[in-house]
Write a protein that binds this ligand. Structure first.
Ligand SMILES: *Cc1c(COP(=O)(O)O)cnc(C)c1O
Length: 388
């Protein structure tokens, strides 16, 4: 671990998480529960430390995408309820029961398989029924053509032995987008959600936890809080929506300048010779490349922040390194720490340049980049995800 420091690392600010948590709690009303979405290793921030901090803050529920992510949390001693959001093979029932995971139910067929397996194992599986109101991914279709069939299926699912239907939820496709068309679609999705809940109630089927609000809804549709809200990206303080609420980015990716050298005008830089210096230049090498998660598409586009100013990345980003132009920053040199993403150099802007979303860039920060956790300005833990 020591050897990988002074190369490239990610500082994870748990105080920023606490700040973001409080802002979101206040925003959604104190009666709604907080479900922290920490799938994909908490979007690259580290699921265990994020979960522990959320538990201390008073968060009531967590969500992951699969059983291995849930097990990691249980092994680390996290006791909060965990909702498993993704497609789950029904032969994982024993593990689901053993780890006390709440399972998403996306179809009657899956529900029957989980029910039978739970009964066989002598257990009772907590489940949340997923409604497809317009995402067209998982869930019981709630459009007009399928409404009645889904109503019947959900009623049968909720009566199955071995299952405890604690919750019901849906997921929005465009709640984070501006514009009237997105607004109309989100309202339509929410309308389908409420209509199904109402019809189920008329048949005596009700749920203790109804939830639909992802980050987009927590920012643009606070009236959709229901019993619980489910933020991911804004909890980490990233995305343009988070900026608008004054949320703080948890992750700062840092690297260190090395091998600073002078180059003559016309010199080609890196693979493919996509960049030529057009003047006498001073270039530095950074020990971060696409294998660390700095996407190659950011070559000749992104920049790093130094206390002296920003330095553009020049030439193609390599697997383990990239080059930056320090010509205009005479004060910057060997051994200086730079910010690749962070409060001075927003990953949101990098995502715009890369033609993607910030989620993809933080998830991509790879296992060889150590995560260093800070609380109260002090380092409290280090994690490296490499084997051995
Ligand atoms: C990932 C996910 C979320 C969180 O989405 P954000 O846009 O990060 O807030 C919420 N609900 C479900 C079902 C998800 O899959």
């Amino acid at each position: 671990m020591e050897s990988t420091l002074n190369r490239t690392w990610a500082e994870i600010n748990l105080d920023a998480l606490a700040h973001n948590y409080q802002v979101l709690r206040d925003r959604m009303g104190r009666q709604a529960r907080f479900l922290g979405v920490i799938k994909a290793d908490a979007y690259g921030h580290g699921a265990v430390q994020t979960a522990r901090t959320l538990a201390e803050l008073g968060c009531e529920y967590l969500a992951v995408s699969n059983i291995d992510e849930a097990r990691e949390l249980r092994l680390a001693g996290v006791e909060l309820p965990i909702l498993q959001l993704g497609l789950t093979p029904t032969d994982q029932t024993d593990e689901i029961l053993k780890n006390q995971v709440t399972q998403t139910i996306w179809s009657e067929e899956a529900a029957r398989a989980f029910s039978q397996a739970a009964v066989r194992a002598g257990g009772r599986m907590k489940v949340h029924v997923k409604l497809d109101t317009g995402m067209s991914r998982l869930g019981f279709s709630c459009d007009e053509a399928h409404f009645t069939a889904s109503l019947g299926a959900i009623r049968r699912v909720c009566a199955l032995p071995g299952l405890d239907a604690e919750g019901v939820f849906t997921h929005f496709a465009v709640s984070d987008e501006p514009g009237q068309d997105s607004r109309d679609y989100t309202l339509l999705q929410h309308d389908r959600f409420e209509t199904m809940l109402r019809r189920l109630e008329e048949h005596g089927v009700s749920f203790r936890l109804r939830h639909c609000a992802n980050s987009g809804a927590a920012v643009q549709y606070t009236q959709f809080a229901h019993d619980m809200f489910r933020p991911g990206i804004i909890m980490y303080g990233i995305s343009h929506l988070a900026e608008g609420l004054g949320l703080r980015p948890m992750m700062t990716v840092k690297s260190v300048i090395g091998a600073v050298r002078d180059f003559c005008p016309g010199t080609a830089v890196s693979y493919g010779r996509t960049f030529h210096v057009d003047r006498a230049s001073r270039l530095g090498v950074l020990p971060i490349g696409y294998a660390d998660g700095l996407h190659r598409v950011l070559s000749n586009q992104w920049r790093v922040w130094t206390p002296q100013g920003t330095a553009p990345i020049v030439g193609r980003i390599c697997m383990d390194m990239c080059m930056i132009d320090l010509t205009d920053l005479p004060g910057a040199g060997d051994g200086d720490v730079v910010e690749v993403y962070g409060p001075h150099n927003s990953v949101n802007d990098a995502a715009d340049l890369a033609g993607t979303i910030s989620y993809e860039l933080t998830c991509a920060i790879s296992k060889r980049v150590p995560r260093i956790y800070f609380r109260g300005g002090r380092e409290i833990a280090r994690e490296l995800l490499l084997r051995g």
